[in-house]
Design a protein around this ligand. Structure first.
Ligand SMILES: [Fe+2]
Ligand SMILES: [Fe+2]
Length: 201
């Protein structure tokens, strides 16, 4: 699955690189529009699983993470819009059709294999971070907004890496061996786990 993720991403990046040569903020806007979709998809699946009684141990933690990431990506989108990223009809047309397809791909992908879906988004966040880094080093090193967006993308990648680490390959539950070293939010712990973790200290 990871090879398919990397292959798909490389092809998509090559197409976008070709289409958006020299049009930095249009390219960033399209990337941000698409990059938000997985977080909506993850939240949708988590809500649905919860409604079906399939809540995993870190369900609440993951929902909080993905909600915050989706809000943060919207802030990035607003920055790109303030720089004229969505000024042209053709860019809006392309991004809004791509995002519809990409959202549903992520819904299905996350339901079937959450870890593989996280890996795809992880690769995209790494790519976004590198794209902004390249802009800063080659075009405008003093662009504080882009520097801030680049740091956010790095945090998103780290959060997705943690999410990949804690969940079972094919289920939104946590591997037994990872329960103790990873308590990101004690409110997610059931009382028995919480008491035993306190007693161990
Ligand atoms: Fe972003
Ligand atoms: Fe991001």
């Amino acid at each position: 699955m990871r090879k398919i993720n990397t292959f798909t991403l490389n092809i998509t990046v090559a197409i976008l690189d070709f289409l958006y040569q020299g049009r930095h903020f249009q390219r960033f806007w399209v990337l941000e529009e698409i990059a938000r979709a997985p977080y909506f998809a993850f939240l949708s699946v988590l809500h649905l699983r919860e409604s079906l009684g399939l809540r995993g141990q870190w369900h609440t933690y993951l929902m909080k993470q993905h909600f915050e990431q989706s809000v943060n990506e919207t802030e990035h989108l607003e920055i790109m819009e303030s720089r004229g990223g969505n000024a042209y009809w053709i860019d809006r047309f392309l991004a809004r059709h791509l995002v519809l397809v990409y959202y549903w791909i992520n819904v299905v992908y996350y339901w079937i294999s959450p870890r593989a879906a996280y890996h795809l988004s992880y690769e995209i966040e790494i790519h976004a971070m590198e794209t902004y880094g390249k802009y800063l080093s080659e075009v405008d090193a003093s662009d504080i907004d882009i520097c801030s967006v680049m740091n956010d993308e790095m945090h998103h990648a780290q959060e997705l890496y943690e999410a990949m680490r804690i969940i079972d390959p094919d289920r939104l539950t946590v591997r037994e061996k990872d329960r103790k070293p990873f308590p990101p939010d004690v409110s997610d712990l059931d009382s028995v786990t919480l008491v035993s973790s306190v007693e161990q200290k």
